[in-house]
Design a protein around this ligand. Structure first.
Ligand SMILES: [Zn+2]
Length: 295
């Protein structure tokens, strides 16, 4: 998105290195992300919004959407493959062709609303994957768990009136996108955390808010908006999680998935901008998914 922008290609290289450091780089079943069909994207986005983005995408230079969010000639191709990764992962997991999946994608998606790009996000990858699981996979109940440090306002916007989706999001507030903290029991669970909060408060909040909601919802698939920017080292926020906290929350998610849906999890990368912290945190997240898938 331009020199010095945190949402940069080095993030995916860092994750590759992190997987290597924990010794699982060669044990993963790797797949290329196909391009999402526009129909699948338009299940959760306004069709005029999608067509407008396609129309204004530049062939050279950059088109700013907001102060942080910029279209380059390659952005929408990447965004369509990012959305396609989630769809392909849902298909693989529902078919029993994979126990679970992690999608190392850019750009992220959870800030993209029904008709608005914002916060580095254009297409809401996790919402597109969830809508695909409902519409094509025939599921009746899915859960989206979002531990990115920023609230998943886009995901909330898309599924605000969708009773088949439970959306749980932990986030620092006040912080972009400055959401309100009002939960809707059984459907929309918001877990705001104050600046400076560390792993023990985060863990208690997840146990208090997410685990009972999952128990009530009994999802047939768990989708994860896996952002790692709540890490202590992240430059965009002020929570103090460590890689072990991401391992802990991933363990709780795999336990819930084992309990309700035969371990079916599709996780998509959202934020995480301190490269060493992102590498270590994403690596233990994937390592925990890999272990769970081998059980
Ligand atoms: Zn974030």
């Amino acid at each position: 998105m331009g020199r010095g922008h945190p949402e940069a290609p080095g993030r995916l290289k860092a994750i590759e290195q992190g997987l290597d450091v924990v010794g699982i780089a060669d044990r993963l079943d790797r797949r290329e992300a196909p391009e999402a069909p526009l129909d699948a994207i338009k299940r959760v986005h306004d069709e005029f919004y999608v067509d407008e983005l396609l129309a204004i995408a530049p062939t050279t230079g950059r088109v700013p959407i907001d102060g942080d969010t910029v279209l380059t000639p390659h952005t929408l191709a990447a965004a369509r493959h990012a959305a396609g990764a989630g769809i392909a992962a849902v298909d693989a997991v529902l078919a029993g062709d994979a126990a679970n999946a992690f999608c190392a994608v850019r750009p992220p998606g959870h800030h993209a609303e029904y008709a608005r790009a914002m916060g580095f996000c254009f297409f809401n990858n996790i919402a597109i994957a969830a809508a695909h699981a409902l519409a094509v996979g025939g599921l009746e109940r899915v859960a989206i768990l979002d531990f990115d440090v920023h609230h998943g306002n886009g995901t909330e916007d898309v599924f605000r009136h969708e009773p088949r989706v439970l959306f749980c999001s932990s986030y620092q507030n006040p912080l972009f996108p400055f959401t309100n903290d009002e939960s809707v029991p059984g459907r929309l669970i918001k877990t705001p955390l104050r600046a400076g909060v560390g792993g023990s408060v985060f863990r208690r909040a997840v146990e208090r808010d997410w685990l009972p909601a999952l128990d009530e919802a009994r999802p047939q698939l768990i989708l994860v908006s896996a952002g790692f920017d709540a890490h202590r080292a992240d430059p965009l926020a002020d929570l103090n999680l460590e890689a072990e906290d991401f391992q802990w929350v991933t363990e709780r998610i795999t336990e819930a998935a084992d309990r309700y849906c035969d371990g079916r999890i599709v996780s998509l990368l959202e934020g995480g901008y301190a490269l060493d912290a992102l590498a270590a945190s994403a690596a233990v997240h994937v390592q925990t998914l890999l272990r769970a898938g081998e059980r």
